[in-house]
Design a protein around this ligand. Sequence first.
Ligand code: BYC
Length: 344
Amino acid sequence: MVPGFDPHNGRPEMYGNAYIETTPKTAGKSLTENEDPVKLAEFEARIAHGEKIEPQDWMPAEYRKQLIRMIEQHAHSEIIGALPEGTWITRAPGFRRKLALMAKVQDEVGHAQLLYSAAETLGKPREDMINDLISGKSKYSNVFNYPAETWADTAIIAWLIDAGAIINQVANSKGSYGPYCRALERICTEESFHLKYGHDNVVYLATGTQVQREMVQDALNRWWPPIMHFFGPSDKISVHTETLMKWKVKMASNDDMRQKFLDEYVPKIWDLGLTIPDPDLKKNEETGKWEYTEPDWEEFKRVINGDGPCNKERLAVRRKAEEKGAWVRRALIHDNEQYSIPLA
Ligand code: BYC
């Protein structure tokens, strides 16, 4: 085994104490070493001027690869993210909550469709993406590998995870790749309804009976650590941030997104009389930054690599859906027909 490399996939061991890589390099080579320098300079100038890159445009192989990785992971997160809340549709407390939750879950699956289409514009067929998801090769957001134990969990997901997602997506919708940005704009509009629905749900529980207040506090206690992980590893150990920010795929670093979330939502959580399970959480008035207990990056690493409480169950559900839906796809498309690849 090579020290500093994961024995399972041969990649750098990113979150262990030993190996911290901030600039992705392949064996000392620059990621764009093989690119035509003139085309690369033109491409980077377009991005610097705030132009959008479209599917037919020239782009460095690494830009394409990074976008496919990120958009595909995002699409998987939406489709797997529908599951923890989806299991509560049949148990929602009342008809209005049930209708709203059904609409939300349906939206999340729709977001996955938009994102798979955006990733397809870069050349990876949707079937390959789905296969990589159900075989466990692709990642998806850490948060969806935890169980939604009570109704209050769905309220916390809809409020705070959607809030985190909006912070990330509003920023990145101003990024450089046209199809991803356009998909994010549409997604954010829908997510803002989810956020209102989630907030209304949390307010209802937090101002309800003692049982309801305890239930929502318990849900917040369990979801807080995964929510802190949601924004990605700290900037010190993030692998892709530097490259992605240079090419305006990511418009803010993981730590900056986390700070923005804390700034906007900690006061709202406290206003409801709820507590946050981190005794060290406080705003440093001099720096303007939130201080908090460093999230457990070893747990994060385990969860995103397949060993969280629900990873196996989540993938089993998707695998089953894929198998059960195969006849529909067969009925819709002839064997010798190609999927049409969306261009935008
Ligand atoms: N979970 O170098 P880093 C929703 C991985 S769904 C899992 O910082 P990057 C919703 C990362 O992939 C919205 N893995 O990465 C749906 C990389 O691994 P690989 C979800 C994570 O890309 C239903 C490694 O760690 N949002 O809202 O620069 C119901 C190194 O990290 C995570 C998105 O998907 C994570 N949290 O930055 C309700 C947003 N974080 O690929 C709600 C799109 C990191 O090298 N994605 N990793 O093996 C992004 O913005 C960025 O990919 C991230 C990470 C900020 C997440």
